[in-house]
Design a protein around this ligand. Structure first.
Ligand SMILES: [Zn+2]
Length: 440
């Protein structure tokens, strides 16, 4: 630790003097000293300070902009908590690796488990909110109702945190069911709407191994980005240690995002850094694959051809033993290797997206259901009836068709006959968008 920690400040200072991007300075890997008790920890490589007012909507699953991350940088986000014991276990795992993340708290959960919210704050993570009741209908509910959901969620989280505060003006819409009016309201309050760059589908009934596999595969496809996880899911708790281990092994770095304050000004960035594919790369010629940063497994050189294999004529090197052709003669066609039929087939065989990618929803686990206010049987039946009755009305927003079956117990069902839906003017994460954005 001694050497690394004494060299780092010098390096940082030197880079700063030479005007290297501040992000690069902060991106120096965390030294072992940063994570007591775990010298091999993944750590948090840098803190990115953002101004929500300048970039009100982020996450390429739905928006043009996303966080200005460098290649191999990852931001971890956890939704729907806090819920014991899972949220506590997630915090333990993150602490063991000295990793900082962003949590999107549900107001009702904060009211039920206020100490869980304080624990997130005390561990140094960023705290955003995720509405009061987690309605999966913000894309079609009246804006007054949506505002109420947002405001109550913030108030409940603030109440849990107490006077010490510690909330960030970050918000994630439940189920990512966005609506322009909702985003505009959030922006008017100086709150940043967070979508994500890829989910790990950990709200589905899949195994922890599958959560791990999806998280890593989608991250590898994009090379960087905001990962959406849920700290209320046992499968996420089970998958998280291996996810972090793999991030470390493959050279990924964790970035902690915090809001700008008068004491902590925003990290300087260029506008183009807020796009996953910078503008310059939309020019066709710039879309050729980049040369990857190979790490050579073997460094010895190939044997040089022996002198008799070469044919020196008139000081010119020729690798063939043919006679030099006369001036004006047509040179023989080069014998390029022909593509084999197998290679041609391989080139057009694209991977088939997993069916789970299209199954968008926000299923609520039984634990989550029980944790909040118990739902009387008749209310559940009513919710089902409403879901059935409004099936046709909800069709145009097919993404959300099953949503009302997954309302948080006790929440007011918002879709009913005769209810006017707010117009949906922009992009919902339909199947194609999810496939595109999640890198499948
Ligand atoms: Zn959620």
């Amino acid at each position: 630790m001694g050497k690394a920690s004494s060299i780092q400040p010098v390096l940082r200072a030197a880079l700063a003097v030479f005007g290297i991007l501040s992000a690069s300075v902060a991106a120096l890997p965390a030294s072992a000293a940063d994570c007591p008790g775990n010298p091999g920890a993944l750590g948090t490589s840098r803190t990115l300070v953002v101004d929500p007012k300048e970039h009100p909507r982020i996450g390429t699953m739905q928006y043009d902009e996303t966080l200005p991350l460098q290649d191999h940088e990852v931001v971890l986000t956890f939704d729907d908590g806090p819920l014991p014991p899972h949220s506590g276990k997630v915090l333990d795992i993150l602490a063991s690796q000295c990793v900082k993340a962003t949590f999107f708290i549900i107001g009702r959960m904060a009211r039920s488990f206020p100490e869980g919210v304080r624990r997130v704050r005390d561990a140094g993570h960023s705290i955003g909110t995720h509405t009061q009741n987690h309605p999966l209908s913000m894309n079609r509910m009246p804006i007054d109702r949506a505002r109420q959901e947002i405001d109550e969620g913030i108030a409940a989280t603030e109440a849990a945190l107490g006077r010490a505060g510690g909330m960030a003006p970050f918000f994630r819409i439940p189920g990512l069911l966005r609506a322009e009016a909702v985003e505009d309201y959030l922006a008017s309050k100086g709150i940043q709407t967070w979508s994500a760059d890829f989910p790990a589908d950990d709200w589905h009934h899949i195994s922890p191994a599958r959560v791990y596999e999806i998280a890593i595969r989608r991250l590898e496809a994009k090379g960087k980005g905001i990962l959406l996880l849920h700290d209320i899911q046992g499968r996420t708790v089970a998958a998280l240690p291996r996810i972090l281990e793999t991030l470390k092994a493959r050279g990924y770095r964790i970035v902690h995002v915090v809001p700008a304050t008068p004491e902590q000004p925003k990290t300087p960035t260029e506008p183009r850094e807020w796009h996953l594919h910078p503008v310059s790369e939309t020019v066709a010629i710039a879309r050729w694959p980049k040369i990857p940063g190979f790490v050579f497994a073997r460094s010895e050189m190939l044997p040089a051809p022996a002198a008799p294999d070469l044919d020196w004529r008139g000081g010119r090197l020729s690798l063939t033993r043919t006679r030099p052709f006369a001036r004006g003669a047509v040179p023989p066609a080069p014998s390029w290797p022909r593509p084999s039929p197998q290679a041609a087939n391989a080139a057009i065989t694209l991977p088939i997206p997993d069916s789970s990618v299209f199954e968008i929803g926000h299923k609520v686990s039984p634990a989550f259901r029980q944790a909040v206010i118990p739902l009387p049987r008749h209310a559940e039946r009513a919710a089902t009836r409403i879901a059935n009755n409004t099936g046709a009305a909800a069709k145009p927003i097919s993404f959300n068709a099953p949503a009302s079956r997954h309302l948080i117990p006790g929440s007011v069902p918002l879709a009913h006959r005769g209810l006017k839906r707010a117009p949906v003017t922009a992009r919902q994460p339909d199947a194609a968008a999810w496939r595109k954005m999640s890198g499948d």
